[in-house]
Design a protein around this ligand. Structure first.
Ligand code: SF4
Length: 281
């Protein structure tokens, strides 16, 4: 257990029976950690630890699946080769990975056994492992981008890397010949869904030359609203009511989504990015 000015952080080393799990995002998902120290306010992965960590605030605990590489080394011999998403319910390069090297070691195994991988991270630490990816077929390297406003980024994604560092990762991956993509979202109403912010993000990914990108609105998944509400009440109290309407009033949500779609489509066309766009809403 580690105490800091922000509160108590619980770190545990645990064993796992399986490193690969079935996933809706790819054939398999690899998660070497339970929980994510990045602690994003809007994180959809909370559901994954609702039973193992009841009542513990998201971002305040991480279980390190210490034997993941050993377990994976056995699994890859008997499981069907298929695309692996790294990672689906944590960030594989969250701060503890710097000393544990679990995601790196697992990636080495996956690539050695011919499993295609799709990576998504918000951490500059992933740059450490780009050397593994080469320009191999079947590898996609992506980062999540939400805002260029560093003040907002620190509020909504407190322990993640700044947006400029994530863009630098994409640039480095591109130079290495790796297929790259960006995930723009979830876009937060009135905060990161503004035309100015969207234009900045789209210009940035065009500058890097990503192969494709996803864009998504905010969805009220498990545990997201209580977390966002706390943030809004503290920093943007005038937005609480607006968020409630956009998230939970079916008609307003539809209108909001339609307007956002129009803006996104217009900007993507203007920047000639429409063919690279995969809209999620
Ligand atoms: S980096 Fe991803 S998994 Fe980690 S807290 Fe943020 S959204 Fe959740």
């Amino acid at each position: 257990m580690v105490s800091s000015a922000e509160g108590v952080f619980k770190l545990r080393e645990v064993g796992c029976k399986s490193a690969l799990s079935k996933s809706g995002l790819a054939c398999w998902a690899l998660n070497c950690y339970v929980g994510c120290e990045h602690g994003c306010t809007y994180c959809y992965a909370r559901f994954a630890s609702r039973f193992s960590h009841p009542g513990e605030p998201w971002g305040s605990f991480v279980d390190v699946r210490i034997n993941a590489p050993q377990v994976l080394a056995q699994e890859v011999r008997r499981k069907r080769v298929g695309r692996v998403f790294v990672s689906s319910v944590c960030d594989g390069w969250q701060p503890r990975e710097e000393s544990y090297y679990l995601t790196r070691r697992c990636l080495e195994i996956l690539l050695h056994y011919g499993f295609p991988v799709t990576i998504l991270t918000k951490s500059a630490l992933a740059g450490r492992d780009l050397d593994l990816l080469g320009s191999g077929d079947g590898v996609s390297f992506g980062v999540t981008l939400t805002t260029f406003d560093e003040g907002l980024r620190r509020l909504i994604e407190p322990k993640s890397s700044p947006t400029t560092q994530r863009l630098a990762l994409l640039e480095e991956a591109k130079i290495r010949g790796i297929r790259t993509y960006a995930f723009l979202g979830p876009l937060l109403p009135y905060l990161s869904d503004t035309e100015e912010n969207l234009l900045g993000l789209l210009e940035a990914i065009r500058g890097v030359g990503v192969d494709y990108f996803y864009i998504d609105r905010l969805n009220p998944r498990y545990g997201v609203w209580p977390s966002l509400k706390r943030l809004l009440e503290r920093h943007f109290p005038y937005l609480v009511r607006e968020y409630q309407k956009i998230l939970f009033d079916g008609w307003i949500r539809m209108e909001y989504s339609e307007k956002l779609r129009l803006v996104v489509n217009r900007l993507a066309r203007k920047l000639q990015l429409d063919e690279k766009m995969r809209q999620c809403f």
